[in-house]
Every structure is written in structure tokens, then in C-alpha cells.
Write a protein that binds this ligand. Structure first.
Ligand SMILES: Cc1ncc(COP(=O)(O)O)c(C=O)c1O
Length: 372
């Protein structure tokens, strides 16, 4: 990546591109991994993960969301992305349609196409803060629809699906026998609502599929631990796929994950408080830039400003060009909207220090102001 190359050359790049917490993994979690190594917990585990960790995942999900999964309905995956991959490869056949609200996390598009399926994108509309509703989705369901993938809070927009709307969306899918894959990667990072899982709705067990991750919640991106929850028969298919591809997630990381899920949870609240402070700062700074508007993110740690008013000048037609020029001329890395299905927005990750946020936003402001 160009930003890495510049940094390797000693250029001072402010990076708002990376979608990962800037916090360290909590100490208790690191200590659990060290103990695992010292106790030689360094061999294969069952492909689906240790029973200890599967129980810990089910118990945490039950505690946080009121669900009732059993270990046989759970698989430990190599990160949350791997859970999304497993579900899509196990369930989507060539010709199947998968409804995906836009803007979307690019992985959905690619894993659906890898399975031979076709994504049907549904624009969630910026004027409403990208909030997904059941009525937006309904016209896009056909006899070929196999799955709906939702992500709340959303990467890249930070939009959150309200509980009542989730209920309607679940009804829409279950009545048609369509799977509702809910990617709960950012489920703990909510600014004005309580964590909610569609899997807690009555009757959800048959068609709701949960892709979960410890990566963001516990600042464990490099440990590669995620999970999938769903009907036992589908989870068994994911286990087969995994047993012949990656086998188990790393044994040491699994021990660390047990500690993350069962140990003190205060680091999550501390991170959320810090993200909220940064969100407020970032939104206020973005909205003060000429030609920039920004919907308020209600969760996750991304801002997704509309740059339309800053485009069409100095040969910058879309956000791909905007991001390239911003990097080379102002030394700030952002992700262009093209990666999420729009050419009018950029994604700014505020999982960055306040110092970097100040410096980077100053640079973006000057870059835009100099061209307006
Ligand atoms: C929406 C979404 N889902 C899932 C993931 C998967 O994270 P991981 O594979 O690191 O657990 C990410 C990571 O960026 C994400 O943004």
C-alpha cells in the first residue's frame, strides 16, 4: 500500500485507514496467552475450537444479549471474517441472490461472488443517517434470495439498526426462509443504544446466523479469534470446511479469548468512552470543512463523510482520486468510498490518538480549503 511505502521512506503519514483499535490488548488477556505457552497448550485443538472457549462464547452471548446457544451451535473461527466466509461458502450456491445494504463492508461482496452468488445492493440513504429499514429491503427480495447480510453498527457508516427495525427485518427474512446473517463485529461499540442481537428474537434460531469477533471488542485484531453461532447442521458444515482448510484457530489465542470473554470487561467500556470523545471531535471538525457533510455515526469507530462539495475541483472527480491526492499531497491516509460502494464518501477511522486526529484533520481541512 502506498501509505506503507511512504512511511517506510520516513514520511510522516497520518493513518486514518486502518480499521483496528489503537489500544493494546488488555493485560489479563496477554497473561492468559503467556500461561498457555508455559503450560504447553500449544498443540492442535478440535477443529471447531476448544469446548472451554465455545462455552465461554455461548455464555457471553447469553449474558449480553439473552440468547441460548449451546457449544454444538458454535464454532471458533480464525477471526470474524472467517465466520462470514464460512457461512457464505456453506450456504450460497451459484445463482443465489444475497441482499446487502450499501454502503457495505467490501468482504461481503467478494465472498458472495466467490461462492457463485450475486449481491443485490440496497442503498440505505444518507439523509436518514444510512439507517436500514425493512421497507427499504422488501422490494429487493425475490424467489432467488438466499441470504441478507446486515452489519450493525456498520463499517463504514457507523449506522445502527434499531431494535424495532431488526424485528421487522427478521420477520421479512424468516417468512421467506431467507437466512439473516448478522455481523456483530462492532456490537459493543454503541453510543446511544444498548447492545442487541437479532439472535435473541423469538424464533430466530433457525434462520439467524451470527458472525462474531473478538478483534475490535478486546483490541485483539492480530490474535485472529472470531466465532459463528447458528443451527447445529449449518455449524457442522462450517466445521467441515474449516477442518480441511485452516483447522483450528491458534490454541494459545483460544486461551487468551477465554480470558477476554470471562475476565473483567472494563476495558471495553473504557475504549467506548474514548471512541465517543473522538467521534464527537471528528464529526465537529469534518462538518466545519467547506463542502463536507457527515452523518453522525451511532456506533463502531468510523466516520463516513460525504465529500461531494469538495470534488470536481483540481482534477479530483471521485473519492478514489481524492484519497490518492490527499495521501501524496497532504500525507493523510483514508479509505475511498469506492471500497464500500460509493464514490462520494471517504472512511475515516477514529481508532487513532487524539494527537493524530488533530493533525490529520488539520491537514484534510487545509487540503480542501486550498482547492475551494
Ligand atoms: C464489518 C466487519 N466484520 C468483520 C470484521 C472481521 O474482523 P476480524 O476478522 O479481524 O475478526 C471486520 C474487520 O474489519 C469488519 O469491519
Amino acid at each position: 500500500m502506498e501509505a506503507d511505502r511512504l512511511r517506510a521512506e520516513g514520511v510522516d503519514v497520518v493513518d486514518f485507514g486502518a480499521g483496528e483499535p489503537d489500544f493494546a490488548t488488555p493485560d489479563n488477556v496477554k497473561q492468559a496467552a503467556i500461561r498457555a505457552i508455559e503450560q504447553n497448550f500449544t498443540k492442535y485443538t478440535p477443529a471447531a475450537g476448544t469446548t472451554e472457549l465455545k462455552k465461554a462464547i455461548c455464555e457471553r452471548h447469553a449474558h449480553d444479549f439473552g440468547t441460548s446457544y449451546q457449544p454444538a451451535e458454535c464454532i471458533v473461527t480464525v477471526g470474524g471474517k472467517h465466520a462470514v466466509f464460512g457461512f457464505t461458502q456453506a450456504l450460497i450456491n451459484p445463482g443465489d441472490e444475497v441482499v446487502v445494504p450499501a454502503p457495505y463492508w467490501v468482504t461481503y461482496r467478494d465472498v458472495v461472488s466467490y461462492a457463485g452468488g450475486k449481491c443485490v445492493f440496497v442503498d440505505t440513504g444518507e439523509s436518514n443517517g444510512f439507517r436500514l429499514t425493512a421497507s427499504m429491503l422488501e422490494p429487493h427480495f425475490t424467489a432467488r434470495t438466499r441470504m441478507l447480510i446486515v452489519n450493525s453498527p456498520s463499517n463504514p457508516s457507523g449506522a445502527v439498526i434499531d431494535r424495532g427495525e431488526f424485528e421487522k427485518i427478521f420477520r421479512l427474512t424468516s417468512e421467506r426462509g431467507v437466512y439473516l446473517l448478522t455481523d456483530e463485529c462492532y456490537c459493543k461499540f454503541l453510543y446511544d443504544s444498548e447492545p442487541f442481537s437479532a439472535a435473541s428474537l423469538a424464533g430466530a434460531k433457525e434462520t439467524v446466523l451470527v458472525a462474531g469477533s473478538l478483534s475490535k471488542t478486546y483490541a485483539m485484531t492480530g490474535w485472529r479469534i472470531g466465532f459463528a453461532l447458528g443451527p447445529e447442521s449449518i455449524i457442522s458444515a462450517l466445521v467441515k470446511l474449516q477442518s480441511h482448510s485452516t483447522s483450528n484457530a491458534t490454541s494459545i489465542a483460544q486461551k487468551a479469548a477465554v480470558e477476554a470473554l470471562c475476565g473483567p470487561q472494563d476495558s471495553v467500556a473504557a475504549m467506548l468512552a474514548e471512541y465517543r470523545r473522538r467521534r464527537d471531535f471528528v464529526i465537529q471538525r469534518l462538518r466545519a470543512m467547506p463542502g463536507v457533510t457527515c452523518a453522525e455515526p451511532r456506533g463502531a469507530f468510523y466516520a463516513f463523510p460525504n465529500m461531494e462539495g469538495a470534488l470536481g475541483k483540481n482534477g479530483i472527480q471521485d473519492t478514489l482520486q481524492f484519497a490518492e491526492r490527499l495521501l501524496t499531497e497532504a500525507r493523510v491516509a483514508v479509505v475511498p468510498g469506492e471500497a464500500f460502494g460509493t464514490d462520494r464518501h471517504i472512511r475515516i477511522s477514529y481508532a487513532a490518538s487524539m494527537r493524530d486526529l488533530e493533525r490529520g484533520l488539520d491537514r484534510i481541512h487545509q487540503f480542501i480549503a486550498a482547492r475551494s
